[in-house]
Design a protein around this ligand. Sequence first.
Ligand code: SAM
Ligand code: SF4
Length: 376
Amino acid sequence: MRLPPLSLYIHFPWCEQKCPYCDFNSHELNQPLEETVYIDQLLIDLSSQHCFLFGRTVSSIFMGGGTPSLFSPESIERLLVGIKQIVTLTENVEITLEANPGSVESSKFSGYLAAGINRLSIGIQSFQDQKLQSLGRIHTGREAYEAYAIARQCGFENINLDLMHGLPNQSVHDALFDLREAINLNVNHISWYQLTIEPKTIFARNTPLLPNDLILGDIEQKGLAMLHDATYARYEISAYARQGFECRHNINYWKFGDYLGIGAGAHGKISETHTGQIFRSSRPRQPRLYLRKNAFKALNRTAVLEADRAAEFLMNTLRLIAGVDFDTYEDYTNMSINTIQEGVKHFQNLGLWQDNKIALTQNGLRHLDSIVAHFL
Ligand SMILES: C[S@@+](CC[C@H](N)C(=O)[O-])C[C@H]1O[C@@H](n2cnc3c(N)ncnc32)[C@H](O)[C@@H]1O
Ligand code: SF4
């Protein structure tokens, strides 16, 4: 077994308003945000996991949500200062913060940069007001352009824009318009997601009219060509980057790397060479429960069974366009490649799996879920 890089994920569970398509652990904020209390608890949470680190350094941090940009730059700075007192960060550590467009949020960007954030991920979704309204977003298209412009003016260079397509009543033209606008901004990273209807969301109960498969196929084919022509390399199913701007934090997840998770509902995964085990941990989803005193007294870790390791590994690594080599499988799962050889051959014969590595073909990527299910 070889240890993968170690990342730190920090969850911020509140949003101004819950979007009808969203199944992330996000809760509408209906009382004043108690920033200090939450930051204190995050640091207690991290300290409680220090014993599992055995001197390892953290190479990336991702502050995700919810809406981390509800928090002030002062709080984010205090958090980062506190983190550095508990764990060692690598010299060129990548530190991402997810931000929502909106004038209040954007006014904080320069403070985040000064606090040590060096990558911003902005949830644009669409540049068109009518589409934003259909998604229940509380910002306008104009605020989306402004958020990006302000981020650049402040000095952020490493920026991601989240866009969604396959939106209610969306035409091919509308979807490509959003993509073209992002490309014209010359942003270095684009996450281009197809809207999915998630169980227990408002959209699941009351589903709007979505584009049919023919339109979706056309959007995907033309969108991929557009991104390619504009020199964005697709390195994961939904992630496109100019060279050198790939998200190192997410790549670590997709390579079955290790991560500490702090914050309400955050998950962690830690490998141990001395036991040969891989442990998963999780935190209470409800902010109220997460903020309870002694919330981290119990260890709350479970070992990943050998029977589950192959599927868990493939669920992540097969999302990467370049995939990984066979050695990475043996190193990070602590199992022999023989455990998946038969399945690999089967999908290679069907033309869905690439030769000599753990990676799907273009056609295989369309069947990712059923291919992973084969290894369960
Ligand atoms: C953690 S989420 C939210 C980040 C931020 N709070 C926001 O909404 O801008 C990250 C991204 O996932 C995408 N996303 C969320 N729900 C989705 C869904 N049901 N289908 C496809 N993409 C989704 C959105 O593009 C979103 O920006
Ligand atoms: S999509 Fe973003 S802003 Fe909307 S509820 Fe989910 S986390 Fe909050």
